[in-house]
Ligand binder design. Structure first.
Ligand code: ATP
Length: 371
């Protein structure tokens, strides 16, 4: 938007071997990644994996033990927070209760001695769809509206990078979904680099161009949402993003364009270009919505692979029915089938054949002894 146009281009945000130790505990472990300028980037991980510490090092609220935080060619890792072209929106909006909404939004500009702020405040409130709310106090706004004010208050400073630390965590589910779409729209409109921290995989995938999955202070995998979901690199990522059926299997090495594997004495194969590991202990992975159910083996389409089992649970959840299938050797597989009308479901106790297109399967490394 025009208000941002006077800023010099920020360049990419790069973290290089960024490390934070608290005593002997390593919270962030030689983390390196690049956030392209103007992109929406999500740091996704379970509680305690080091997301917030990483964000705080970018903001300048935590000093790195070692490593660099580069914005373009400039190392900002040791600049004071207010010297960095970076702003943060937290889960707790921390609006000033005694100031009205317009004064809250104008706060950063006023502090820098800028006096004619009305035009910019008006534009920011319009951007977050709070036109006409300027004279209200924070307590007269809903949680979602307060979060929008916090966003406007950060964006008015024209940061080159906006950090968002679980900003939607305090909102109920429906509002959170609305705000996710809203945040994505705002990011596209202002074109500022957004780095968003969340433990909610659906939130990260809804909003971000690129998602970095963090585990124990390190990046497990980084990529576009569809890439992470369709082609996870590790069992951790496969399980963290959605549900996965992971069968412990053994691979004997690639044979042509296929990798043959054996699981519980049954032979399967996966295209070589879908194998993250092709020798020794592996997981054969198939997402539940890629697993289809039929009543008999002669209904399995040509080229598909299959296992036989029995339905042990069927949960109707509106858009789909989610089945559990116990295989002959005792593994439990999840299969989601889209519902297009009432009826046609498989009853609990029914024998079924679960089949999949091998091009939708993947192979992942497995530690020996894991299953
Ligand atoms: P959450 O989603 O719960 O906020 P997180 O992924 O953001 O988790 P961090 O807050 O970055 O995790 O914390 C990473 C690890 O570092 C945790 O084990 C935490 O206990 C530890 N840690 C964070 N700050 C400190 C501190 N000041 N002193 C000691 N340990 C800390």
């Amino acid at each position: 938007m025009s208000g941002m146009a006077n800023e010099a281009p920020a360049g990419d945000l790069r973290l290089v071997d960024l490390t934070k130790r608290f005593g002997i505990f390593t919270a962030v472990d030689e983390l390196s990644l690049t956030v392209p300028q103007g992109s929406f980037f999500a740091l996704l991980g379970a509680s305690g994996c080091g997301k917030t510490t990483t964000l705080r090092m970018i903001a300048g609220l935590e000093e790195p033990t070692s490593g660099q935080v580069l914005l373009g060619d400039r190392d900002i890792a040791r600049l004071r927070p207010y010297k960095r072209p970076v702003n943060t929106v937290f889960q707790s909006y921390a609006l000033f209760p005694h100031l009205n909404i317009a004064e809250n939004v104008a706060f950063g500009l006023r502090r820098r001695g800028i006096r004619r702020v009305e035009e910019q405040v008006h534009r920011m409130l319009a951007l977050v769809q709070l036109d006409g709310y300027g004279r209200r106090r924070p307590a007269q706004l809903s949680g979602g509206q307060q979060q929008r004010v916090a966003l406007a208050r950060a964006l008015i400073n024209h940061p080159q990078v906006l950090l968002l630390d679980e900003p939607l965590g305090a909102l109920d589910l429906k509002l959170r979904r609305q705000m996710q779409i809203e945040l994505k729209r705002i990011q596209t409109e202002v074109g500022i680099t957004f780095v968003h921290v969340t433990h909610d995989q659906e939130e990260a995938m809804t909003m971000a161009d690129t998602v970095a999955v963090m585990n124990a202070g390190r990046i497990e995998q980084l990529g576009a949402p569809a890439e992470l979901y369709e082609y996870p690199a590790t069992a951790f990522v496969a399980n963290f993003l959605g549900q996965s059926n992971l069968l412990a299997a053994d691979a004997a090495g690639p044979a042509g364009s296929e990798v043959p594997v054996t699981a519980h004495g049954v032979r399967f194969s996966v295209p070589a270009d879908r194998a993250r590991a092709d020798r020794g202990p592996v997981y054969l992975g198939v997402r539940p919505e890629k697993l289809h159910l039929v009543e008999a083996v002669d209904q399995v389409p040509a080229g598909h692979q299959h296992v036989e089992g029995v339905i042990t649970d069927a949960s109707y959840v509106g858009v789909s029915t989610q089945y559990l299938v116990r295989t002959g050797w005792g593994s439990e597989l999840s299969a989601f089938t889209a519902n297009s009308g009432v009826g046609g479901q498989h009853p609990v106790g029914a024998p079924v054949v679960a089949h999949w297109d091998p091009r939708h399967a993947f192979l992942l490394p497995r530690e020996p002894g894991q299953d």
